[in-house]
Design a protein around this ligand. Structure first.
Ligand SMILES: O=C(O)C(=O)C[C@]1(C(=O)O)C=C[C@@H](O)C=C1
Length: 270
């Protein structure tokens, strides 16, 4: 199965993609939007994108891309994130990594390297490549990226031990599934009145459906206008789910409700 994820080789997204595709079938792109675009256009059977981190929260580029493109979510992959600091030696000026990784290690970096310049790059593995090319740069990424020629200066430098990131495996829209223990929706009510959000969530509470995440993102139309990402523990095969969504569609009659699909969760330990 041909899959595409965030590159270069050695990103956490690449490690997560190993749960759904063989290594020789995984290609890389430099941004989440490029991955979603390639899957929506039918170039790949699957894409793997980061959605949410336990320390830093949502990966907003991913949320916006799955709201903008017509793709299906077919699996959720949860993996621990244990960052290491990698460089040619102990002296460097710049620390390069993905903005999420820099943020996840904020306390460590403030404490140990208050004078270093922090540089946000396309991915953790790209930061490590820069460190490989330049002795003045250190990278933050999975320790395996040291690959024998970089020093692992410190391990487990993230601010919390239990750091984990949730990824979505996405597929072309026609592969949307009704089977699975969780479902994701994107809702654009195109309305703004007191109690709107309460009304949008009540159809789930009324049917004992447990919400696992509600996230608002700016619609881009006007200030204060939002798109809501809603994840919950029920499948699209269940009648209670369809009843709740029908109520949601009535409430969002001036906007839209997109079903991203139902899926199961996989935990990847290494
Ligand atoms: O840069 C990587 O290695 C990625 O796969 C991206 C990403 C992210 O966007 O959250 C994935 C997991 C970690 O939380 C840090 C970075």
């Amino acid at each position: 199965m041909a899959a595409v994820t965030l590159g270069p080789e050695g990103t956490y997204s690449h490690r997560a993609a190993g749960a759904i595709a063989d290594d020789e079938e995984i290609d890389f792109r430099q941004s989440v939007t490029a991955i979603v675009d390639a899957v929506a256009g039918g170039e790949y059977d699957r894409g793997v994108i980061p959605i949410e981190n336990s320390i830093e929260g949502s990966v907003t580029e991913s949320l916006d891309a799955i709201a903008d493109y017509d793709v299906a979510v077919v699996r959720e992959i949860v993996t621990p994130i244990r960052h290491a600091l990698l460089a040619q030696g102990p002296t460097f000026e710049t620390i390069a990594s993905h903005s999420q990784a820099l943020a996840q290690c904020r306390s460590y970096l403030d404490r140990e390297y208050p004078d270093a310049t922090l540089e946000a790059v396309a991915s953790t593995a790209q930061g490590v490549e820069f460190a490989r090319d330049d002795a003045a740069v250190a990278g933050i990424g999975h320790p395996a990226n040291a690959d024998g020629d970089l020093e692992v200066l410190a391990e487990d430098i993230q601010d919390q031990d239990s750091n984990a990131t949730r990824f979505f495996a996405i597929a072309p829209a026609e592969e949307r599934s009704k089977g699975g223990g969780k479902t994701s929706l994107v809702v654009y009510p195109n309305a703004n009145y007191p109690g709107l959000l309460l009304e949008l969530l009540e159809p789930f509470a009324d049917r004992d459906i447990n919400l696992t995440r509600v996230e608002s993102r700016p619609s881009g139309q006007r200030l204060g206008d939002y798109v809501f990402h809603i994840d919950f523990e029920a499948g699209l095969y269940e009648s209670r789910t369809n009843e709740a969504i029908a109520e949601l569609e009535d409430l969002a009659e001036k906007g839209w409700v997109r079903r991203l699909g139902s899926y199961d969760t996989e935990h990847v330990v290494e």
